[in-house]
Design a protein around this ligand. Structure first.
Ligand code: ZN
Length: 484
């Protein structure tokens, strides 16, 4: 008996010597930041209760009901503490855009639909200079524009928008995609509707490359709406087939703006394909208008029929004016962003009600001009659709803003296993918001307005929003990138 006791004591002493003081007493450690008395919601463990959270060195170190001490104390009484939101679809990737994302609770903004052709340069341009975490896909559009020597624009307007590719051009696109994936691109992006002459074989070839790297294909479908032939249903069949043949994971972007009235059918198709074991996910944003470049192929002959709308359903972003045949033709020659009022509230609500849709903004602001979704998507879901209309529950909304997008990417980007969760060891990307107050303020006329209700936003353990105020001179954002 005494021998055993001695051994235990010896082992205990060794253990004590190896452990940091914090784990022994719980009271000794002073954390960098503690968030106290908040309603902590973690979609992974299903925790939903009042807890104190301790953060040191950019990592969550404690989640407890006991008292914690910290150099900075955030009193979150009456507030929700959630993982920071992960936006899988944010085109605007500069300081202006990151500020609006931060005030909407976004701690990681990823440009996965259009992407880029030069992964190294894209990450290098942002290194150490960003408020929030950032990442990018390698884009089929960029690869196609390069192969066809188009001017380097956001969306194709030259040869790439207008003609089929030769075999050697397809081979060149494949090598651009492969090079990007070898340099750590998060995913492969597609905007098939912007390159209507891209053959089904061309798209399938790109999926084959993605599959070799476990990279999800983030696809803006070839067709919109319900009108056959060339409906969004047929377009979804194309990429479900490509995913099945190639084995690449598929993520369908902004399902409600592409699907329009067909949105419930598209969601049903995705649910059925998933039930057969295919790795297919999707996303939506909570607005009845989309936005794109008026010069793009989306406005080729027949667009009114495709969307079921007319000139007056288009709003020119720069001035806010509704268009006519004359102004449409004038602006189409110069190019620029136009809001497309092609959806109804029923469509948006159907997309939000379905537990399959993640929330993603499709945002871009340029000198204050753009779509209100850039600044308002997350607060609008939480304020308008959760609190006011009860379309989805708070916990489900948060899951679709945090855990679900993290899980979408973690097979290729293992570091995403430490995002979208409030777990010991996870990255301290956190939002503290007032569920009774949170609301979007951006509008189609004034898109650059901060959301309200995000009281604190932490990125890698650094407060970028404090007491509702955006902080200056802090750049804690880190790259999200696949191992390379
Ligand atoms: Zn799109």
């Amino acid at each position: 008996m005494s021998i055993i006791t001695t051994r235990l004591v010896v082992c205990g002493c060794l253990l004590l010597a190896l452990l940091p003081a914090s784990l022994i007493s719980g009271a000794a450690e002073t954390y960098d930041i503690v968030i106290v008395n908040g309603r902590v919601i973690d979609p992974e463990s299903n925790l939903d209760g009042i807890r104190n959270v301790g953060i040191t060195g950019g990592t969550i170190k404690a989640i407890t009901e006991t008292k914690l001490s910290g150099r900075m104390v955030i009193d979150a009484k009456g507030l929700v503490v959630s993982p920071g939101f992960i936006d899988l679809h944010q085109h605007g990737q500069n300081d202006e855009n990151y500020r609006f994302k931060a005030m909407d609770g976004v701690t990681t903004a990823l440009e996965l639909e259009v992407g880029t052709g030069d992964i190294d340069r894209w990450y290098e341009d942002r290194k150490g200079k960003t408020l929030i975490n950032y990442g990018v896909s390698v884009g089929h559009l960029a690869a196609r524009m390069a192969a066809m020597h188009d001017p380097p624009e956001f969306l194709p307007t030259g040869e790439a928008a207008r003609r089929g590719a030769t075999d050697s051009e397809i081979a060149e696109m494949k090598s651009t995609i492969e090079r990007g994936l070898r340099r750590g691109a998060v995913a492969v992006g597609f905007g098939i509707q912007y390159v209507p002459q891209a053959s089904h074989w061309e798209i399938l070839e790109m999926f084959r490359v993605a599959a070799r790297f476990n990279a999800s294909c983030h696809v803006h479908l070839r067709n919109a709406g319900i009108k056959e032939p060339a409906s969004s249903i047929q377009a979804l069949e194309e990429v479900i087939a490509a995913a099945t043949i190639s084995g690449a994971p598929l993520h369908v972007v902004h399902i409600q703006s592409t699907g329009g009235k067909a949105t419930p059918q598209l969601l049903k198709m995705i649910a059925e394909a998933r039930a057969r074991g295919l790795d297919i996910t999707t996303e939506c944003y909570p607005y009845i208008a989309g936005m794109t470049d008026i010069k793009s192929a989306i406005f080729n002959e027949g667009w009114q029929d495709v969307f079921g709308i007319d000139y007056s359903d288009l709003q020119w972003a720069a001035t806010g004016e509704r268009l006519t045949k004359e102004s449409f033709e004038r602006y189409r020659k110069v190019g620029g962003f136009v809001a497309v009022f092609s959806m109804t509230e029923d469509v948006v609500e159907a997309a939000l009600k379905d537990p399959l849709t993640m929330i993603a903004s499709d945002g871009i602001l340029d000198h204050g001009k753009g779509h209100p979704r850039t600044a308002g998507t997350y607060s609008r879901v939480l304020g308008r659709y959760v609190r006011e209309r009860h379309i989805l529950s708070l916990t489900d909304a948060l899951r679709r803003m945090t855990l679900a997008p993290a899980q979408r990417l973690e097979r290729r980007v293992p570091s995403m296993k430490n995002k979208g969760r409030i777990r010991i060891g996870a990255d301290a990307d956190l939002v503290v918001f007032d569920p009774a107050q949170v609301i979007d303020k951006s509008t189609y006329d004034v898109p650059a307005k901060y959301s309200e209700g995000m009281k604190y936003v932490l990125v890698n353990g650094v407060a970028i929003v404090k007491a509702g105020e955006l902080q200056q001179g802090v750049n804690p954002g880190q790259p999200v990138r696949a191992p390379f």
